[in-house]
Design a binder for this molecule. Structure first.
Ligand SMILES: Nc1ncnc2c1ncn2[C@@H]1O[C@H](COP(=O)(O)OP(=O)(O)OP(=O)(O)O)[C@@H](O)[C@H]1O
Ligand SMILES: O=C(O)c1ccc[n+]([C@@H]2O[C@H](COP(=O)([O-])O)[C@@H](O)[C@H]2O)c1
Length: 224
């Protein structure tokens, strides 16, 4: 089982491409995209959990290997959505089968700031997706997850790290929110998510309906 946790405020093309690449690298296995309820280490999201989940659902539509998963959002109580709890839950669910958690290289670089991160290696593998500008992870983080190929990850329950070479996309939700505020649109969203944002007036869209962006924005040249 593959889990891809994120704030997804909003989900963008790099998230979708990353999820598809990890799925492909691991034999077209399903990837569960889990929007968090309360991000532990960052400013709280602008869109509600329900809105972010709806956008994740839109982004997954048409990709049978991508699954929008509301497990973290259903956790009550307002406590931070610690990944450790999520990993323990899914580990209980799947027994000794392989469990993989997907992170961008920027997240991997800071993994040693995450809540009880040293316990992860007994619970899951990591799949690390490159991200422009990400620093290398500290050696102790790298050593906690020895590097391996897809075959080994599929043969063992946990404890290894798959490093993907692609996709490399300089896309961030922070920039997209800014572009949406300023210009009312962003080509870095998938068409279905873009339509959802317009339909529901998210990220100040109501102020921009009908506007066209006057600043060119880099568009990834491959779908999605
Ligand atoms: N362009 C990207 N390339 C690789 N990984 C990415 C990329 N964007 C996000 N990720 C990874 O996806 C996961 C969820 O990221 P998140 O939802 O916070 O998106 P973000 O674009 O980083 O958002 P924000 O700009 O709001 O921080 C994290 O593990 C992050 O490292
Ligand atoms: O558990 C933690 O301490 C922890 C710290 C930072 C991030 N996470 C999780 O990592 C995923 C990516 O986080 P973010 O902030 O980049 O969207 C998301 O599922 C977060 O809930 C988890």
């Amino acid at each position: 089982m593959i889990l891809f946790g994120g704030t997804f405020d909003p989900i963008h093309r790099a998230h979708v491409r990353a999820a598809l690449a990890v799925s492909r690298a691991l034999g077209d296995a399903p990837v569960h995209l889990l929007p968090n309820a309360v991000p532990p280490h960052r400013a709280q999201p602008q869109a509600s959990g329900a809105q972010r989940l709806a956008m994740v659902r839109q982004a997954c539509a048409g990709y049978p290997q991508l699954v929008a998963d509301d497990w973290e959002l259903r956790e009550r109580g307002g406590a931070p959505s610690f990944t450790l709890n999520t990993l323990k839950h899914f580990r209980r669910l799947i027994g000794r089968r392989p469990l993989v958690f997907v992170v961008g290289a920027d997240s991997f670089a800071h993994l040693d700031r995450w809540h009880r991160w040293r316990e992860y290696a007994a619970l899951c593998h990591l799949a690390v997706v490159p991200r422009p500008g990400a620093a290398p992870a500290p050696l102790r983080v790298q050593r906690a997850f020895p590097r391996a190929g897809g075959r080994l990850l599929r043969a063992r329950p946990a404890g290894r790290r798959l490093m993907l070479a692609r996709p490399v996309l300089d896309v961030a939700a922070t920039d997209i929110r800014e572009t949406l505020r300023a210009h009312g649109d962003s080509p870095l969203l998938t068409p279905a998510v873009r339509a959802h944002i317009h339909r529901h007036g998210l990220y100040n869209q109501s102020a921009h309906r009908g506007d066209t962006a006057d600043n060119p924005v880099h568009v990834p040249n491959e779908a999605p």
